[in-house]
Design a protein around this ligand. Structure first.
Ligand SMILES: Nc1nc2c(ncn2[C@@H]2O[C@H](COP(=O)(O)OP(=O)(O)OP(=O)(O)O)[C@@H](O)[C@H]2O)c(=O)[nH]1
Length: 669
């Protein structure tokens, strides 16, 4: 039965008069005590109807929180919930944590009023996390007080006590904030709980503190409640006179200040006292007064309890049937308002009554009914506890799954990143590899090209080195290359009719050409002779510039009968050619030495080409010596070895008749 709302003060707003006025109105409504509830709700309705639309979002939320709290305090759960739902829609547009926390506490109160204490507890427990960091005294105070009250309602006194004690740490700050009513209420609750758990002295101590504060503040309504509760201390300690005195004080004060709730509570307590003190007639009177007061206040619970008390006092006066009827009437009411615990207690009394009058059958049936009810209540509590536990488990499991999913996601992300990196790396490596490959290829191609060029150049150089630059004929090196390729010694099978022939030729008196016509004329003659000689060979034959004015000709597969004709034709071709140089006609002749190749010695062994050339060269010398413009050929061996052919001068071989030679003079046909 208390309201706590934290004023919302926006630091940035420059409050105008209207704003100031609504702030004041809200602040006043916040401090509403239960006794002023009806008038406060009227005031709230007025503000809601005329000003709500013009209010800021925060003020709207605050007004709704106050309204919902007030309706709940007056026991109008449905109205309180409607306002709460409007508040939740509004809160989607608001980020203020304090307002949200107040809304959450409201949600818990609604769950509590609906009888779902465990749900309420869960809601408040979830708020604990966010509120612990909130630097807001009144909000924290309300949180601890609400959760404590919830535990109290659930008969969890130790837990209730620990939360009220947490709230009590805020008392100095609360008093400073002009929240003495809430502090009184806290002392009262601490007192009641201590009384409930048997710590009577401690309980009384808190009640006395509350009484002192109520007296200081002139809060008679609160004082009246506190007298009743101090009476409980005396009842608990067995001082029924003290109980009676305090309860009576409460009743008298209630009448004096016209506070019917306290009057009703005091009357109910007085009836209890009168029954305990066996003053049944007075108890009957007191019960009747309480019933009237309860009906006046539409307080069904108190009405039922008082009717039950009336029944008990009648029964104990000996009016047993009347008593039973009243108790049954009371049970009907508690059934109607589903006050199950009271129903169970009353059924218990009724069982005793029927047993007392000897109606055991009825007593037995009622006892069974009462047992079933107890079981139902027990199971209901059990189910609630199980549901709460399941909810906690689910939340826990959800948290665990969320955590797992989060970790899974994190791992997947990490894996993705590393995969991306890996791919990037692979891509980079691949790119590098491709680049490298391209570079290598380019490099290789360049090298290949260079090598090709080099090899072309080399070939060219090689060719050049094998060529005579003046005539373009092969030189000695060219001939060696030719003869090696031809594989002279191996491939030429000696034949009696055909043979190759090597001619060594030398221009006659060439020196005089140079001397007479100049070196250029000599060069010209050399080139012309090269041309003429080349005209006389086939594709697989060769003309070589063997030395200065010396040439070599290699004929292949030549009929031995035709060699003289070939040589003679050559001598003629040269001698009959007109060498025209600068209007000068030059006459040129050549001398030739030749040999069949391969040349066989007596053993039939082939003579190597170098030795053949040596013999041809010596034959040339014989031609020169015999008068020039002629040819001398080594044609047959007799009794001679290759060794002798290699090392013995040709003239000696001829003189000793070891070989035969022929001489071909340049005859005109
Ligand atoms: N123009 C020119 N003359 C050359 C070249 N090579 C050699 N000779 C000349 O050829 C001449 C060869 O002379 P010799 O060896 O005395 O013989 P020859 O004058 O031909 O007399 P025989 O051979 O005995 O008939 C030399 O004068 C060389 O200078 C050349 O490439 N060009």
């Amino acid at each position: 039965m208390f309201l706590f709302i934290t004023p919302i003060i926006s630091a940035q707003s420059i409050v105008d008069n209207n704003q100031q006025s609504i702030e004041n109105k809200l602040a006043k409504l916040e401090k509403t005590s239960p006794q002023q509830l009806d008038s406060a709700i009227e005031e709230w309705k007025k503000i809601y109807d005329s000003e709500f639309q013009q209010l800021s979002l925060a003020n709207k939320a605050e007004l709704l929180i106050i309204g919902s709290n007030m309706y709940l305090a007056r026991g109008e759960l449905a109205q309180g919930e409607i306002i709460y739902k409007q508040l939740t829609r509004l809160l989607t547009k608001i980020t203020d944590l304090t307002l949200k926390a107040h809304a959450t506490i409201l949600e818990a109160k609604i769950a509590m009023d609906k009888g779902n204490s465990y749900k309420a507890l869960d809601i408040l427990t979830s708020l604990n996390l966010s509120i612990s960091s909130a630097d807001n005294t009144q909000l924290s105070f309300q949180y601890f007080s609400t959760i404590a009250f919830l535990h109290y309602r659930m008969a969890e006194y130790q837990l209730a006590l620990s939360h009220y004690l947490k709230a009590s740490e805020l008392i100095p700050l609360m008093l400073k904030a002009d929240q003495s009513y809430n502090v009184m209420e806290l002392y009262n609750m601490l007192g009641l709980i201590n009384l409930d758990i048997g710590k009577n002295e401690k309980g009384l101590n808190y009640i006395e503190k509350a009484i002192k504060l109520a007296q200081e503040n002139g809060n008679n309504e609160m004082l009246a409640h506190l007298y009743i509760n101090r009476g409980v201390y005396y009842r608990n300690t067995g001082d029924i006179d003290g109980w009676y005195k305090n309860t009576l004080s409460a009743y008298n004060l209630g009448v004096k200040i016209d506070y019917p709730i306290v009057e009703l509570t005091a009357l109910t307590n007085l009836t209890d006292y009168l029954i305990v003190s066996e003053q049944y007639k007075e108890a009957q009177e007191s019960a009747l007064l309480a019933i009237a007061k309860a009906r006046q206040l539409n307080a069904k619970r108190e009405e039922a309890m008082s009717i039950g008390n009336l029944g008990m006092s009648l029964f104990l006066q000996g009016l047993k049937n009347e008593g039973i009827i009243k108790v049954e009437e009371a049970i009907a009411i508690v059934k109607e308002i589903e006050f199950r615990q009271m129903e169970s207690m009353m059924l218990n009394s009724l069982v005793d009554m029927y047993a007392d009058i000897g109606n055991y059958k009825k007593a037995y049936n009622l006892l069974r009914e009462q047992n079933l009810l107890e079981n139902e209540l027990f199971n209901k509590e059990r189910e609630k506890a199980l549901a709460s536990m399941q909810n906690k488990l689910d939340l826990n499991e959800k948290d665990r799954i969320n955590e797992l999913l989060k970790r899974d996601l994190q791992l997947k992300n990490e894996r993705l990143v590393s995969q991306e990196l890996e791919q990037l790396l692979m891509l980079s490596l691949a790119s590098i590899a491709i680049m490298a490959l391209i570079l290598i290829l380019i490099f290789a191609m360049k090298i290949k090209e260079k090598n090709r060029k080099l090899s072309v150049k080399n070939s060219q150089l090689k060719l050049d080195s094998q060529k005579d630059p003046l005539t373009g004929l092969s030189n000695r090196r060219g001939f060696e290359s030719f003869i090696t390729r031809y594989n002279f010694a191996e491939e030429n099978i000696p034949s009696t009719k055909h043979s190759d022939a090597i001619l060594i030729m030398d221009i006659d008196h060439f020196k005089s050409v140079n001397d007479t016509y100049g070196h250029s004329a000599g060069d010209y003659v050399l080139k012309e002779i090269a041309r003429i000689l080349t005209m006389n060979i086939r594709d697989n034959e060769i003309v070589v510039r063997w030395g200065g004015e010396e040439f070599l000709m290699y004929f292949r597969d030549l009929n031995k009968q035709h060699i003289s004709k070939v040589v003679n034709r050559l001598l003629k071709h040269i001698s009959q050619s007109k060498f025209q140089f600068e209007q000068q006609t030059l006459n040129v002749t050549m001398s030739i030495g030749f040999i069949y190749s391969p040349f066989n010695d007596i053993t039939g062994e082939k003579l190597d080409w170098e030795a053949c050339i040596k013999l041809a060269d010596e034959a040339l010398y014989l031609s020169k010596h015999s008068g020039r413009n002629r040819a001398t050929g080594v044609i047959e061996s007799n009794d001679v070895t290759n060794n002798e052919l290699r090392h013995t001068p040709l003239t000696d071989l001829v003189a000793t008749n070891k070989i035969n030679i022929i001489e071909i003079t340049n005859k005109n046909d």
